[in-house]
Design a protein around this ligand. Structure first.
Ligand code: ADP
Ligand code: MG
Length: 413
């Protein structure tokens, strides 16, 4: 299931070809100046661009989504991109209009033309079936201008959108280098991870973490799941531990997930670790650790406590495989980044195969300067979690269908 039957850049001719390259260089931006704060995702596509240095490349990405503060133009991205490739990089402030199409027609081999934020085109925000996507103006206007479509946007591959699935449906298509590398890293986790294999799951969203725990434990691909953040609160509730009124509010609408957590606890109690202590902000105290059996009545738990940090650190440091997604506490608040930092650092000290993903966690690892010590730092959050929960990615499925189509049309000649 994890050996993907799609074409890569080794299987297709790119010299002098008009190539549409979909990447995900959606990056954290300063909300007021719009300066790029972390360019990990831009660096991530350098290998693909190097491989395409003899092609006429038109690069497309989104940045955030409509309504958000960081939903902006891709012009600064184009400037940063120029530092990571040998090509002459240009930018056009249009996506599918006549201005963009005219500039696309003039791209020379050895050049990269960066289109503006693809989500400035309303249709790109659709998440729909392939049959619908191929009929969009986005696909109908852009597809005739290209010989080849390359998808290197692993972090967006869980979306069924015009630039991810629509173009792949109608053009000869191949996966880029980053896409290959990311899929390979997750394949190792889903096939035969070296044991013991430990997962650290935190963050705010339980709806994307519970399916991962279910899938991984059902298929016996992990030995320990260490919980932090809101997922920890959910499991504490499922285990009928006393929780504070604020924590109760945070898990109030999640009854379906509490039930699923209960069922996981019944089946796999020995593999699920919840915090033994939690950190709170109480009565002017900066950070107060309390054992889970002496939970305060009201305050929200903001981090895992010192005993839990020690316990989790031992597990990740001695693991042969470790995976982390989502911070263990509200790391944005002073003092409550301790759990996430310490556990990440222990994980990076271990000698095992280590993978981290999710924007918040990866950003923190890069601030700490320890990102190079992990085996794989994923550019994705949601897409990686989808795969780990056993779902296939629409963008990857489309690449597989494209390869089948390309083989059929070759054999017909
Ligand atoms: P990631 O981006 O790494 O995938 P998520 O998006 O799921 O992670 O969640 C990140 C958010 O989770 C952070 O903003 C953090 O403040 C929040 N969070 C972490 N721990 C807690 C907690 N104990 N209570 C409330 N929110 C938390
Ligand atoms: Mg996030």
């Amino acid at each position: 299931m994890t050996d993907y039957d799609f074409f890569t850049l080794d299987d297709v001719e790119t010299s002098n070809k008009r190539v549409f390259l979909r990447v995900d260089i959606n990056v954290p931006l300063d909300p007021s100046t719009h300066l790029i704060l972390d360019d990990t995702r831009i660096r991530g596509i350098a290998e693909t661009l190097a491989k395409l240095d003899d092609a006429k490349v038109v690069l497309g990405s989104h940045q955030s989504r409509p309504g958000k503060d960081d939903f902006t133009s891709l012009e600064p991205h184009a400037r940063v991109l120029a530092q990571y490739c040998s090509q002459d990089v240009k930018f056009v402030d249009d996506v599918i209009g006549p201005h963009a199409r005219q500039r696309i027609g003039k791209v020379q081999a050895g050049q990269v033309l960066v289109l503006d934020n693809l989500r400035f085109c309303a249709e790109e925000n659709l998440d729909d079936r392939p049959e619908k996507l191929v009929k969009t103006h986005f696909v109908r206007r852009l597809s005739p201008l290209f010989d080849l479509n390359v998808n290197d946007a692993f972090a967006t591959a869980h979306r069924s959108q015009p630039s991810i699935v629509g173009l792949t449906e109608v053009l000869p298509s191949a996966a880029g280098r980053l896409m290959q590398k990311e899929l390979k890293a997750v394949s190792i986790l889903l096939e035969e991870p070296r044991r013991p294999c430990v997962y650290v799951l935190g963050g705010a969203k339980v709806e994307d973490k519970i399916p991962v725990i279910e899938h991984i434990l059902e298929r016996d691909k992990a030995d320990k799941i260490l919980l932090g953040g809101v997922p920890a609160k959910l499991f504490l509730k499922a285990m009928e531990k006393k929780t504070s009124s604020e924590d109760e509010k945070e898990t109030a609408g999640l009854q379906e997930y509490v039930e699923r957590a209960k069922s996981l606890v019944r089946k796999h109690r020995d593999k699920i670790e919840v915090p033994v202590d939690l950190a709170y902000e109480e009565k002017g105290e900066k950070r107060l650790d309390r054992n889970v059996d002496s939970t305060p009545a009201k305050e929200s738990a903001l981090d895992i406590g010192a005993k839990t940090i020690e316990k989790y650190s031992k597990f990740v440091e001695s693991a042969a495989t470790s995976v982390a997604n989502g911070p263990l506490g509200v790391f944005e608040r002073n003092g409550f980044d301790l759990g996430t930092k310490m556990v990440l650092e222990s994980m990076s000290r271990g000698n095992g195969y280590s993978v981290i993903g999710g924007g918040h966690l990866v950003g923190l690892a890069s601030i700490l300067g320890i990102d190079e010590r992990f085996t794989h730092v994923s550019t994705a959050g949601g897409a990686m979690l989808s795969l780990l929960s056993g779902q296939s990615l629409p963008g990857v499925d489309a690449l597989v269908r494209a390869a089948a189509r390309m083989r059929n049309s070759n054999s017909g000649k």
